[in-house]
Write a protein that binds this ligand. Structure first.
Ligand code: UT7
Length: 335
């Protein structure tokens, strides 16, 4: 990423976890005024997962253990844990601390990163910078959200969209500057605050009977307003990173988009000149899992043998804040 650094940060291990309980579109037909047809055509979602017992740290721990077991990583060697989430177990301690304890990463420090649906991209870039600094050798970057804990299951505008999941990547230094995270273009725009938020529970509106009665501890989204800026924001920044690195569509193996809405994903791919087979998609199975969508795609596509070492990937996201961005990542895992 940084020209001056001796190292690039490369992904050397991956893991994921989705809970077993499936909520299909038919389930929502029973609880709100909606239809399978509306949900599929307007969002691309058929199913999403729900964690029945436990918290975001439990999702994150299972994804981390998948990574640790698959790649025989010694948790004591992990230096840093970054958990991207908007559904921390509690305000404090950070979910990263809870994960650290549960996976036995006895020598790690860490923190949570709040950037909603762009959380994984922001965390990946932050983790890579720590690797490039030369100070840390193993950074665990986790995208984890138990969205069901903040979804209002009486609001058809939002409840059909979200699901629970976690996925994790391990970053390590490589002197091969052709691999790993090459660059990111990351943005925030706080004027987006009024379009997508959870109003209650923070220092502005601490929990009271009134905040509960007003349903302020749930997600509020002005879907149409977010849709408009998301389509433009994600497509613009993905195109910008291509231009910046002189990449043509044929140079890119996959677009790895945040999975919020299939129509936003299609618009981004179209702007980049990419055909559908070069776009990672699993929104049909999991819905919008916020910080987990992008790493979940990476893990599934890798395990399906669809990506190989050296492949150029453009990761792109848009979310509450607003936050958005695109990263250029060269895949570094062998099969
Ligand atoms: O990941 C973080 C960033 N978030 C996003 O990127 C999400 C961006 N927004 C979206 O993906 C879309 O705006 C939604 C999927 C949330 C909504 O789709 P839309 O095509 O923008 O629908 P809309 O909000 O314009 O609503 C169209 C109609 C409305 O009815 P009227 O006013 O036309 O009578 C809604 O009340 O669809 C209605 N509607 C529904 N109907 C059936 C809204 N939700 C539902 C539903 N089932 N679940």
């Amino acid at each position: 990423m940084s020209q001056s650094s001796k190292y690039n940060a490369a992904i050397t291990a991956i893991g994921m976890y989705v809970p077993e309980t499936i909520l299909d579109n038919k389930y929502f037909e029973k609880i709100v005024e909606t239809s399978d047809e509306w949900i599929r055509t307007r969002t691309g979602i058929s199913e999403r997962r729900k964690l029945d017992n436990g918290a975001t740290s439990d999702l994150a721990v299972k994804a981390s253990q998948d990574l640790i077991n698959t790649y025989k990583i010694n948790p004591e060697e992990i230096d840093v844990i970054i958990v991207a989430t908007v559904t921390p177990d509690m305000f404090f301690p950070a979910t990263a601390c809870i994960v650290q304890n549960k996976i036995g990463a006895s020598n790690a420090w860490g923190f949570d990163l709040s950037a909603a649906c762009s959380g994984f991209l922001f965390a990946l870039h932050s983790g890579a910078a720590l690797i490039e600094s030369g100070s840390f050798k193993k950074v665990l970057v986790i995208g984890a959200d138990k969205m069901s804990s903040i979804v209002d299951y009486t609001d058809r505008n939002t409840c059909i969209l979200f699901g629970d999941a976690a996925a994790a990547v391990l970053l390590e230094p490589t002197e091969d500057k052709s691999l790993g995270l090459v660059d990111s273009i990351l943005r925030v725009d706080g004027t987006g605050e009024s379009s997508l938020y959870m109003r209650g529970g923070g220092s502005l509106y601490p929990a009271t009977h009134e905040t509960v009665d007003k349903r302020w501890h749930y997600i509020y989204q002005d879907g149409k307003a977010v849709f408009k800026v998301a389509v433009k924001g994600m497509a613009d920044v993905s195109y910008e990173i291509m231009q910046k690195h002189n990449l043509k569509s044929e140079d890119i193996a996959y677009l790895v988009p945040h999975q919020a809405n299939l129509r936003i994903i299609d618009a981004t791919a179209e702007r980049m000149g990419l055909s559908k087979d070069k776009v990672m998609i699993n929104i049909d199975k999991y819905g919008n899992t916020t910080a987990a969508t992008i790493p979940l795609c990476l893990v599934e596509y890798h395990r399906d043998g669809k990506i190989k070492k050296g492949d150029k990937l453009v990761l792109a996201a848009f979310g509450a804040g607003f936050t958005w961005g695109a990263s250029l990542l060269v895949w570094s895992l062998d099969h």
